[in-house]
Design a protein around this ligand. Sequence first.
Ligand SMILES: NC(=O)c1ccc[n+]([C@@H]2O[C@H](COP(=O)([O-])OP(=O)(O)OC[C@H]3O[C@@H](n4cnc5c(N)ncnc54)[C@H](OP(=O)(O)O)[C@@H]3O)[C@@H](O)[C@H]2O)c1
Length: 245
Amino acid sequence: MNRFEGKTVLVTGGNSGIGLVTAQAYAAEGARVVITGRDEASLETVRATLGANAVAIRNVAGTVAAARELAQKLTDSNIRLDAVFINAGIAKLAPFADMSESVWDETFDINVKGPYFQIQALLPLLNQGASIVLNGSINAHIGMPTSSVYAASKAALITFAKTLSAELLPRGVRVNVVSPGPVTTPLHVKLGMPDEAAAQLQAQIPLGRFGTSAEVASTVLHLSAAESAFIVGTEIIIDGGMSQL
Ligand SMILES: NC(=O)c1ccc[n+]([C@@H]2O[C@H](COP(=O)([O-])OP(=O)(O)OC[C@H]3O[C@@H](n4cnc5c(N)ncnc54)[C@H](OP(=O)(O)O)[C@@H]3O)[C@@H](O)[C@H]2O)c1
């Protein structure tokens, strides 16, 4: 399929994990892809896999200033967007009793404030009919111990899909969320998750395995393409049945 021929898409956090695989999937279907992230080296390495016209921009998300800076860089390069995958995010787990203000602030800055103000800053650059997909998590739906702050941050995105879709409807812009269950990415290494904890998590997934980034990417591309035009302000859960069965 070549659903994104002639289209330009932005993937935040496109230099690792789910974002990287999704950026490559868009590129494989003809899109010009812009990726962001923090790590210079992987940004350049991944950009080189996305085709000659791909763009990598270092952007440390989580402030209004960073959101505006990214939008300005796109404007300066005459880039307008047909799809946006707001994917950059962090997960920091701790028991409720030990949760710190700094983890709260960092999580809400990167996972909630960043996406909200990034979309706001991008508004002038969105083409008619543009599709925005937010990367949530099934943690918004289940009471997993130690996930209180992360889960709340992802729950906020589900409401943004509804409220922002309602406000952007006159411009033909829709916002949806994908909510993955456990997916094999560098995130779990960053979490420092011991093997036994990963095995316990896996045991809670009815399909008996973690998901793949490609399984998330295929849903993101579906929500980004015109074929899903009637899907507005909602969420697709991709979790091997973990939150449902
Ligand atoms: N893996 C899972 O099991 C799972 C499940 C549900 C939801 N998710 C969500 O999926 C998204 C991607 O996670 P992943 O699993 O693919 O993990 P990952 O490999 O750690 O990717 C996270 C991405 O976000 C970027 N990022 C983080 N903070 C950033 C910041 N302040 N500014 C700019 N970029 C930033 C990272 O860039 P750098 O590498 O440059 O820091 C990286 O590209 C996250 O929102 C996560 O919550 C993951």
